[in-house]
Design a protein around this ligand. Structure first.
Ligand code: MLT
Length: 406
């Protein structure tokens, strides 16, 4: 059941609408300076987020999609239906073909950066811009497909170049599939690669899209609305994602869990209470839109039973999931959502399959979201019977600006 429009209607507002048009939201004084929170600004065909049931991709709850091939879910984002086996094969072949090279100009840019410098998200944003300067075609479908196809190699190069391990890079094999090619290029093999592929594919699908209004998607679409290139739009989106209130939260959650250092319920409870006393954030809980446990959290923590049931970090995650919502409700009675979000379990799984440096986790989030954001930009170019969404230009009300003359 969709509840989103119900919560938008506000009968006391001051909105103006055209004759015969439905009022979706009346903007109140109290809506100003709230980051457009909850204010409808457009339509979205790739996904919607039900506050209780979580994200759905083109109508499917994510749990129905999470065990599919990642390319099939990208196809769903782009074409709004799941592919037939033939369509799937053709789409994978197109991605593999486009992934067969990475422009040398882009490689030189990445190689010129100092290993260990900056945050991995900076490298990702720079890498996407470098791809754009090296070979944007100007055709946004083609550029989107090229970018989606080259992300695995860009990711592998960011990991190995920033980590000072350039010589470990294996020659690309795009025919393996997006996630599998990345894992292969890192030089991971056998059972270790199988576990990594399983977790990354799962993570990738769950992070691909989250409605139209999350900050990175909104930023990407806003930049693209000025008819900037896909590369500029996606690089901007990655910069938006890099903030600790958005994508970088998954890094913060693992660091938080590592600081807890125990899975004893009483000790975890004391830790959480002490953090609240010290007015520090409790990572992995709450969300701007969701008002119940994020199904992505449930799915990722569920995958932990298969991947790392006996690991200490995972046990801590399960205890946090069990006890923290009640602590938050009691200590912060006005809290709108005390429940686990997607970030609670993801870092623990990535850690378990071999990604030991949490500062890289947001790059996986960014990589996954590239397909969703590209699909939304393509949809906006076709909006309004093909006229496209015009350049974004919301209205700001002047404040503390009396008329003055020099
Ligand atoms: C998410 O995946 O939870 C987000 O991108 C945050 C949001 O929806 O605002």
């Amino acid at each position: 059941m969709r509840r989103d429009y119900d919560s938008f209607t506000n009968p006391n507002g001051l909105g103006v609408c055209m004759e015969g048009e439905e009022t979706l939201f009346n903007v109140l004084e109290s809506n100003l300076d709230t980051g457009l929170r909850g204010i409808p600004v457009g339509t979205c065909q790739t996904s919607y987020v039900d506050p209780i049931e979580g994200v759905h991709y083109v109508g499917y709850p994510v749990e129905d999609l999470v065990n599919l091939e990642e390319e099939d879910v990208i196809y769903l984002m782009l074409f709004k239906e799941l592919p037939s086996p033939e369509q799937s094969e053709k789409f994978r072949a197109e991605l593999a073909l486009r992934g067969e090279s990475l422009p040398t100009g882009a490689l030189r840019v990445l190689e010129s950066l100092t290993p260990g410098s900056g945050h991995p998200m900076d490298w990702l944003a720079i890498g996407i811009m470098a791809l754009g300067t090296a070979e944007a075609t100007g055709d946004i479908r083609s550029d989107s497909m090229n970018l989606i196809a080259r992300m695995p190699e860009l990711m592998a190069r960011v990991f190995l170049l920033r980590g000072g391990k350039k010589e470990q890079l294996r020659p690309r094999k795009p025919e393996l599939g997006l996630v599998e090619n990345f894992v292969h290029m890192l030089g991971i093999e056998g059972e270790e690669a199988d576990r990594m592929n399983r977790v990354l594919r799962f993570f990738f699908i769950l992070h691909m899209d989250h409605g139209g209004g999350n900050l990175s998607t909104f930023t990407g679409k806003a930049v693209a609305s000025g008819r900037a290139s896909i590369y500029s739009a996606l690089s901007s989106a990655m910069n938006a994602l890099s903030g600790p209130l958005h994508g970088r939260a998954n890094q913060a959650v693992l660091e938080f869990i590592q600081r807890i250092g125990t899975s004893d319920e009483n000790e975890v409870s004391s830790f959480v209470n002490a953090e609240i006393d010290a007015r520090r954030p409790i990572y992995g809980f709450g969300h701007g839109v969701l008002r119940a446990e994020d199904p992505r959290a449930r799915l990722l923590i569920g995958l932990g039973e298969e991947i790392c049931p006996d690991e200490d970090l995972y046990k801590t995650v399960k205890v946090l999931r069990k006890i923290t919502p009640d602590i938050l409700k009691e200590r912060i009675p006005k809290i709108s959502n005390p429940y686990p979000n997607v970030d609670l379990g993801s870092g623990t799984l990535l850690h378990s399959v071999g990604f030991r440096k949490p500062d890289y986790y947001t790059t996986f989030f960014g990589w996954a979201r590239v397909a969703g954001i590209c699909a939304q930009i393509l949809d906006e170019r076709n909006a309004r019977e093909g006229r496209g969404t015009p350049i974004y230009r919301p209205k700001y009300i002047p404040r503390n600006q009396p008329h003055r003359r020099l």
